[in-house]
Design a protein around this ligand. Sequence first.
Ligand code: UDX
Length: 433
Amino acid sequence: MKVAIIGTGYVGLPTGVGLAELGNKVVCVDKIAEKIDSLNSGKITIYEDGMEELFQKNLKKGSISFTQDMETAVKDADLVMIAVGTPPHPETKEADLKYIYAAAEELAQYLTGYTVVATKSTVPVGTGDEVEAIIKRVNPDANCDVVSLPEFLREGFAIHDFFNPDRIVIGANTTKAQEVLLTLYKPFKGKTEFLLVNRKSSETIKYASNAFLAMKIHYINEMANFCEKAGADINEVAKGMGLDSRIGKKFLNAGPGYGGSCFPKDTNAMAQMGKKYGARLNLIETTIAKNDERKVEMGQRVIDAVKDYKDGKIAVLGLAFKGGTDDCRDSPAMEILNEILRHSSNVSVYDPKAMENAQKLIGDKVVYANDAYEACKSADILVILTEWEEFKHLDLVKLKQIMRHARIMDMRNMLNPKDVKNNGFVYSCIGMK
Ligand code: UDX
């Protein structure tokens, strides 16, 4: 099948690589010339575990190619996927659909034969109707169906998730479009659940899922606050809850608050949609407000911990919004760091993958270290903000020798409290006294 993908970001690129690997002919289009040049010359533009190898293989085979020219990508395509950004509108917090609509306007001109146009980006309920109307206006002869095809790829695990989906949701209002997508996803037949639903349900499923997961994280974080006061242990509580199959073990890790390019944006957009339709989503509204507050509170905890040391040095490990990615967009670590920087200018940071992206956001307000130990040299406190595997294996003896004060604040509950204390550190984490 010839597939055109518009947008080569964290959704478009892994999806393109995955579909090429499944035997499709994929052409990705993007407006940014450097991205296209880089990808065509074999240099991948984002970090995703396991993507490099598949990308190189399919690029060599010619199964995936990149262009700035919409016509080249869309002409003769059986399927066009829109995977452009839907950033939050700075004032209304609604999803800003200008890139989606611009893509629809442009692609409409080049549709030939029957084509399915799928929105892969997370779009508010009813966007499919708008996209359909734009295509009809620009190209009244177009023979196409517009479908919603939500993606559930986690950053850092996008390739894994692409090949191991929990479900494939197809929001198509015609059987012809359903058939095209069932053919595309045939390799997953018998391996996962296919859900054929109407377009608006499909659009809602994506938001409802992300908002639910964000609420689950907010819930466990609130429970962690309770455990800290009551003397319970959130790790034990989460384990006990998660063993109930109705609750499930996943997304019960207490931490500094959720972040990333999806949860904050999607919860806000969902809350706005609730207001728009006159069906207020109070749980989601509270989740958003409390998650925002949490990051300020976490920054304050760090400042309080070093208040007795004059110009105390703070070492921050982890800047990405979660482990396994270089992405700092809406990262809780970056927001906590900004809060810390309001009170301190003696901060050294390290992240295994996200240093470049962090630097674009905060410039030279901090010292960028080459590794965790360099960041911790002469520090008065070590603060872990992102759950990178390598932080689990920090050499505590070495840390004790190089730090000025032996103090660790572990906001991802990564370390073993007994080990840390036995090595002479004052240790604090989330959800324990
Ligand atoms: C999310 C959805 O999981 C995915 O299905 C969707 O397609 C895109 O949005 P992603 O943004 O990559 O994926 O990150 P995710 O792994 O869901 O984590 C989001 C945030 O929640 C991170 O800041 C993470 O650290 C935090 N989190 C997650 C917790 O604090 N605790 C948890 O138990 C799980």
